[in-house]
Design a protein. Structure first.
Length: 390
C-alpha cells in the first residue's frame, strides 16, 4: 500500500522578497509613466506646431532636429511666427533668413519680408507654392517630382548657391518640386534649387524634415544652407498677416477665359430663347370635339373584358379599385401593400384576415365563370360599404 503524499509546501514570503517585488513594481510603473510623459510631450509639440519643416515640430514632418543641431553648433536661431515678429528680428549681412510654411505667405507679407531682409546674406524659401512662385517670377513654372527610395540627386553647381558651396552633395527625398531653368540639383532642364531675385527656392523641403534629414547628404545640405552665418532667422508666416487685397476669392481661382466664355454662353442662350419664342407663336385654344362621360368609358371597358374573356384581368381591376378605396378610407398610404390593407381592414371590421384576403389579394384563384366574377364584384362592393359605415 502506497503511503499518501503530502501536498507541496510553498516557501514563506520573507520581508526581503516582498521588498524586491515592490521595488520591481515601482520601477515598471515609473517606466510606463515616463514613456507616457515623453509620448504626450512629443505629441503636444507636434499638435502645437503642425507645420511642415517647422523648427518646433518634433513630428516626422517637422524640422526640430535641424534647428537644435544648428543651435548646438553656435548659430543664434531666432524663430518669428508673424510679420511683426519678423520685422523685430535683427537681419543684416551676417544673417540667414529661412521661410517655412510658405503656403501662408501672401503677396503683401512676401513684400514686407523682402524689404526687411534686403540686407540678409541669403533668403531661403522652403517649397513655395504655385501662387507664390508666380508672384516671384511667372516664368519659373512648377512641377512636382517623386523620387524612388534609392534615387539621389547630385548638386552639380560649382558656383554654389548664394555663396554656399553645395557641389558634390546628394539629396534624397520622397517628393520634391522642380523649377524651370538652371540651378543646383538638376532634373533634366529643371532644378530642385533655384536662385531668383535674391531668393533661394528650395524645392526639396523634405530634406530638412526630421524623418528624412539622415538620408544621403540631406543633413549637410541643411547645415550648409542655413548654418553658414552666425545668425539664423526662421520665419514661419501667419495667414492673418495678409491684407484684405490678398484674400482669395472665387474670381482669383478661375481662369481668365471663364468670363468671356460665360458671356458667350449667355448670349447664345438669349438667341436660342428668341428663336424658339418666335417659332412657337401664340397659344390657341379650341373646344374638344366629343365629350365622353365616365360611365360610358367604364361600360366600354367592361364590354371589352367580357368579349375577350379575360376574367383574371377584370378581377385584378376590381380588387385594385377596392384596395385603393379601402386604403383611402382607413387613411393608409396610397401605395400600401396588399397585406397591410388586408390587416387594417380586418382590424377595422373585426373580421378574419383570411376572409378579407380572399377578396382583396390578387394572388388568389381568379374567377372561373362569369357568375363567379359577378359574385366577386358584389362581395367587394359589400366590403367597401362596410368599411365606409364602420
Amino acid at each position: 500500500m502506497t503511503p499518501p503524499t503530502s501536498p507541496p509546501t510553498t516557501p514563506a514570503t520573507t520581508p526581503a522578497t516582498r521588498w524586491r517585488l515592490s521595488r520591481t513594481r515601482v520601477v515598471v510603473v515609473a517606466g510606463i509613466v515616463l514613456a507616457l510623459v515623453v509620448a504626450v510631450w512629443t505629441t503636444r509639440g507636434a499638435e502645437e506646431y503642425p507645420g511642415v519643416a517647422d523648427p518646433r515640430n518634433p513630428g516626422p514632418e517637422g524640422a526640430q532636429a535641424l534647428a537644435r543641431v544648428l543651435d548646438d553648433q553656435g548659430v543664434d536661431v531666432t524663430i518669428a511666427r508673424s510679420a511683426d515678429a519678423f520685422e523685430e528680428a535683427q537681419v543684416d549681412g551676417a544673417t540667414t533668413v529661412v521661410v517655412s510654411g510658405t503656403d501662408q505667405l501672401a503677396a503683401s507679407t512676401l513684400e514686407r519680408m523682402r524689404r526687411h531682409a534686403a540686407g540678409a546674406a541669403r533668403i531661403v524659401l522652403v517649397e513655395p507654392d504655385y501662387a507664390l512662385v508666380q508672384e516671384i517670377d511667372p516664368g519659373l513654372g512648377q512641377l512636382g517630382v517623386s523620387a524612388d527610395e534609392d534615387d539621389a540627386v547630385r548638386a552639380h553647381c560649382p558656383d554654389g548657391v548664394a555663396g554656399v558651396d553645395l557641389d558634390g552633395l546628394r539629396i534624397e527625398v520622397d517628393s520634391a518640386t522642380s523649377y524651370n531653368g538652371e540651378g543646383c540639383f538638376p532634373r533634366g532642364e529643371r532644378a530642385l534649387v533655384r536662385t531668383v531675385g535674391g531668393l533661394v527656392l528650395l524645392g526639396a523641403g523634405q530634406a530638412l524634415t526630421n524623418d528624412q534629414i539622415t538620408r544621403a547628404d540631406n543633413a549637410a545640405l541643411g547645415l550648409r544652407l542655413l548654418g553658414q552665418d552666425p545668425r539664423l532667422v526662421w520665419y514661419v508666416p501667419d495667414a492673418t498677416d495678409a491684407v484684405s487685397d490678398d484674400a482669395v476669392t472665387i474670381g482669383t481661382l478661375l481662369p481668365d477665359w471663364i468670363g468671356p466664355a460665360l458671356w458667350i454662353l449667355a448670349l447664345a442662350g438669349i438667341a436660342l430663347l428668341l428663336w424658339r419664342v418666335r417659332r412657337l407663336g401664340p397659344l390657341s385654344t379650341e373646344p374638344l370635339p366629343v365629350v365622353v362621360r365616365a360611365v360610358e368609358t367604364a361600360s366600354s371597358r367592361g364590354r371589352m373584358y367580357r368579349r375577350s374573356g379575360d376574367r383574371a384581368h377584370a378581377a385584378r381591376a376590381l380588387r385594385g379599385a377596392a384596395r385603393s378605396d379601402i386604403a383611402r378610407r382607413l387613411r393608409l398610404d396610397r401605395g400600401a401593400p396588399t397585406q397591410v390593407v388586408v390587416e387594417a381592414a380586418a382590424r377595422h371590421l373585426g373580421a378574419p384576415a383570411e376572409t378579407v384576403a380572399a377578396l382583396l389579394d390578387d394572388h388568389r384563384m381568379p374567377p372561373a365563370t362569369d357568375q363567379d366574377l359577378v359574385r366577386l364584384a358584389q362581395d367587394l362592393a359589400r366590403l367597401r360599404r362596410e368599411v365606409r359605415r364602420s
